[in-house]
Write a protein of this length. Structure first.
Length: 205
């Protein structure tokens, strides 16, 4: 059996293999390991804590059904596959999602308030820029906002974003380029002139 404490040192691939061999406690260990991870993704997509919590349960039900057929030797990392399952489940909820919740505002605030240094003036300027940038990202269309979040918040490479969203790498780059152009326009309109990200990340495909 996989005890809760011992499972922390067991690689994810080993937990999957154990579950595929019929060791059901391994799935509980996977759930504990990734539930917060899945929740953050769901909240970023759905922007409502209630919807995100329900999406977590639905996502892991999907994972439970699909995991016996999951190929450990496949090209996609488990995390990438889990992203895809989560995003697909969230997309099904987007059609009738509720308004953004207070948890979304709290998450946005946390993302805006990384330590800016000791200079109060610099801290204020950077805080204002982060708030403006986050508001601009939030205003993007879902398909543009999602590639921005996966790329710059979760640091996924283009290939894995393409796998998660089931689109081509060229489409990922195109959406990022369009998102960057629109963010730049919004930042300029709000009086923020600093580039939102490194320019080389936003070249046309």
């Amino acid at each position: 059996m996989v005890a809760q404490l011992d499972a922390r040192s067991v690689p994810t691939e080993d937990l999957i293999a154990r579950y595929q061999r019929g060791q059901t406690t391994a799935f509980s260990a996977l759930f504990r390991r990734y539930k917060d991870y899945v929740y953050r993704i769901a909240l970023l997509v759905l922007r409502n804590s209630g919807d995100a919590e329900e999406a977590v349960q639905e996502t892991f039900l999907d994972v439970m059904r699909a995991l016996p057929r999951y190929r450990l030797e496949g090209e996609a990392r488990f995390e990438t596959w889990l992203y895809r399952v989560t995003v697909n489940r969230c997309r099904m909820r987007l059609r009738g999602s509720r308004p953004p919740s207070a948890d979304w505002d709290e998450l946005a605030e946390k993302l805006q308030t990384a330590d800016p240094g000791h200079d109060p003036q610099v801290a204020l300027q950077q805080s204002e820029l982060r708030q403006t940038l986050w508001s601009s990202v939030d205003a993007l269309a879902d398909h543009h906002r999602l590639v921005v979040l996966l790329r710059y918040l979760y640091d996924l490479p283009y290939r894995e974003i393409a796998e998660v969203l089931e689109i081509s790498e060229g489409t990922v780059k195109s959406r990022l380029y369009t998102a960057h152009r629109r963010l730049r326009q919004q930042l300029a309109a709000r009086g923020a002139t600093q580039e939102p990200v490194q320019a080389e990340e936003w070249q046309t495909p």
